[in-house]
Design a protein. Structure first.
Length: 402
């Protein structure tokens, strides 16, 4: 271990054990894997078991992918401490959070950026699957959790007393995701700047930043690709010789995360459900495809069924010119059957009511999973036509408005 590396791997283990002993009702620590040198890669799950799991959003947060980035581990442990406090009661009740604070324990002990042999575990999520214990541990946890949100905590080595960063994974085209990720990152940056530290915000596609290649994929890109998780990477300025005090870095990093986690406890006004705004799987707020379900667990199944099959939609458009009191959507789906439900979302001017809704002439009734439902935002009405199953074929969705 290099002098000044803190928290080191042993300190992380001790910290997590102490938190679990103080709050066994909320905290479960487990060893997911071992490094090449026999150190544990741990995951701590924090949630309120009195609230039904089916209604919870899922969150995965990792730190310490690079061993010499102490602030990632520091902020992850600060988050663990906050999550067992009274201030986090709502978050524990509405979310299940898994934190992996020390992804590269061996490199942390040597205060080195890479693992032994120059391996970068952050990029160990290529199309052939992970090769390192670190990559395998992350994907094992992520596959079980299927998170709505993923955050990777990093540090800007050699930056000293400089600026911090909030970055987000590249989003697929023609989705609201890029707007949402930018909006959320701006809130996180503003929260960090209230502590007096300047912030930069930009996508992870910044040239030269991660150097992804055909055989390498970052953890953030993997989470978005595999689960449509809202995916962020934060950077905290530090150096062994010059850095803001650990308490300041921990507080600033935690402040950013608290601003982010608050999104899981509220509803975006242009989306139908409370929780992280990852429900849209195609199109835009005013005309798009959304997941459906009466619980967070059901909506997760819907999202993960549609997301890899979204290319099966050969057409999804409003028939024009659109009339003021009649809307018709034409849908052509050529993919595998979607058996966990899907919703067709629209927005119209004014506060309107649906007087009749049909799919291919079959009349629909009000329902969140097999029919239609609406809500108002400002001077607009949002409508979702939900079907429990979508098989290949052509569909005309018609709405008459009063």
């Amino acid at each position: 271990m290099t002098q000044g590396t803190s928290p080191n791997s042993a300190e992380v283990v001790v910290h997590l054990r102490a938190v679990q002993e103080r709050h066994p009702e909320w905290v479960k620590v487990r060893k997911v894997a071992e490094t090449e040198e026999g150190r544990p890669i741990q995951a701590v799950t924090i949630t309120d078991p009195r609230a039904p799991d089916r209604d919870k959003q899922h969150v995965l947060i990792t730190g310490g992918h690079h061993g010499n980035e102490d602030s990632g581990r520091l902020i992850a442990l600060a988050l663990v401490d906050w999550l067992v406090s009274d201030a986090a009661e709502e978050t524990r009740r509405k979310q299940k959070l898994v934190i992996m604070p020390n992804m590269s324990p061996d490199a942390a002990e040597r205060d080195t950026y890479f693992m032994e042999g120059g391996v970068n575990p952050l990029l160990d999520h290529g199309p052939e699957g992970p090769r390192t214990p670190q990559g395998k541990a992350l994907e094992t946890v992520a596959a079980a959790l299927e998170p709505e949100l993923y955050v990777d905590l990093h540090s800007r080595g050699y930056a000293g007393c400089s600026y911090d960063m909030v970055l987000w994974a590249d989003a697929r085209p023609y989705l609201e995701d890029d707007n949402l990720l930018h909006t959320i990152a701006a809130e996180m940056g503003a929260a960090g700047e209230r502590g007096g530290v300047p912030h930069l915000l930009h996508p992870l596609s910044w040239p030269g930043f991660l150097r992804e290649g055909p055989d390498t994929t970052s953890a953030c890109a993997y989470a978005y690709r595999a689960f449509k998780s809202l995916s962020f990477l934060t950077e905290t300025a530090e150096h062994n010789d010059y850095a803001l005090p650990a308490a300041v870095r921990a507080r600033n990093g935690l402040t950013r995360l608290k601003a982010l986690l608050a999104w899981g406890n509220r509803r975006h006004p242009k989306l139908p459900y409370t929780g992280y705004p990852c429900y849209q799987v195609g199109g835009m707020f005013a005309l798009g495809l959304v997941t459906v379900g009466t619980t967070a667990a059901a909506r997760r199944k819907s999202r993960l069924s549609i997301w890899p099959r979204r290319g099966g939609f050969a057409q999804y458009h409003a028939v024009g010119p659109e009339q003021p009191d009649r809307k018709v959507l034409r849908v052509e789906y050529q993919g595998e059957p979607l058996v966990h439900g899907i919703g067709f979302q629209m927005a119209v001017r004014g506060r309107r009511e649906v007087t009749r809704a049909t799919i291919n002439g079959k009349r629909l009734r009000p329902s969140e999973t097999n029919g239609y439902f609406t809500w108002q935002h400002g001077r607009m009405t949002f409508l979702v036509v939900a079907v429990p199953e979508l098989r290949p074929g052509d569909y005309d969705v018609e709405l008459l408005l009063g």
